[in-house]
Ligand binder design. Structure first.
Ligand SMILES: C[C@@]1(CC(=O)O)c2cc3[nH]c(cc4nc(cc5[nH]c(cc(n2)[C@H]1CCC(=O)O)[C@@](C)(CC(=O)O)[C@@H]5CCC(=O)O)C(CC(=O)O)=C4CCC(=O)O)c(CCC(=O)O)c3CC(=O)O
Ligand SMILES: NC(=O)C1=CN([C@@H]2O[C@H](COP(=O)(O)OP(=O)(O)OC[C@H]3O[C@@H](n4cnc5c(N)ncnc54)[C@H](O)[C@@H]3O)[C@@H](O)[C@H]2O)C=CC1
Length: 152
């Protein structure tokens, strides 16, 4: 991604498809549900950290047909080739986050801090997600000193 364009999306009632149901999918699903998205997970198995009451679960392997109606798609399987296929088979208007290949993704997720009044996001543009996580932790410490009454 050469020059990404940062935006905040309103996902309430958007249809979001997640391929795979492991650790990475669980993290993405948590954030998506918090944003009010209508989430469908397609995976033969899903992690206990994914709340089955709050998503639609299609207990199957990836097939493009399941994703025709989706606005956004997250490819989160541990199979690099399947994740590549998800990106390749998406419609031109669908945006895909390929979690195992940053060079084959339409968008990246960011590390975030949400408080009553601020949303602070950190990205390294794909270079080092763990550095983004570390900077977020430092910013949180700093934020507490600057805005002690701010709730998060
Ligand atoms: C490109 C991107 C695409 C995307 O997912 O959107 C991406 C890609 C990849 N991540 C990998 C690994 C890890 N990712 C994390 C954590 C997070 N990753 C997130 C975002 C992004 N990760 C996007 C770029 C963000 C940026 O530019 O900064 C965060 C910020 C937001 C979120 O997704 O929740 C979240 C922290 C949230 C928080 O806690 O605050 C950890 C640490 C952990 O899990 O504790 C590890 C293990 C340690 C390590 O390797 O760093 C691998 C290697 C896989 C492999 O081959 O093993 C790839 C694949 C690749 O690089 O192509
Ligand atoms: N972007 C990010 O933030 C990160 C990305 N990764 C990448 O994410 C990949 C997945 O990692 P984890 O979630 O930890 O793996 P995991 O092993 O916990 O989960 C993999 C999931 O994919 C499902 N799956 C496998 N083949 C499938 C298919 N054909 N169709 C549908 N579902 C299928 C499995 O049932 C399982 O639920 C890793 O291989 C790594 O490349 C890893 C860490 C962070």
């Amino acid at each position: 991604m050469q020059k990404p364009y940062p935006i905040l999306l309103d996902l309430s009632d958007k249809k979001v498809g997640v391929v795979g149901g492991g650790n990475v999918a669980a993290r993405k699903v948590k954030g998506l549900l918090a944003a009010g998205a209508d989430v469908t997970v397609v995976s033969p198995v899903i992690n206990d950290r994914i709340d089955r009451q709050k998503i639609h679960w299609i207990k199957d392997r990836y097939a493009a047909d399941y994703f025709k109606q989706m606005d956004l798609i997250f490819a989160c399987t541990d199979d690099f080739e399947v994740n590549q296929r998800v990106k390749r088979e998406a419609k031109p208007f669908q945006l895909v986050n390929n979690t195992s290949n940053k060079h084959h993704s339409d968008f990246y997720n960011v590390a975030q801090i949400n408080t009553d009044n601020f949303m602070i996001t950190v990205s390294t543009n794909g270079v080092s997600p763990s550095a983004a996580k570390q900077l977020k932790a430092k910013m949180l410490t700093w934020l507490k000193t600057q805005y002690p009454d701010e709730r998060r």
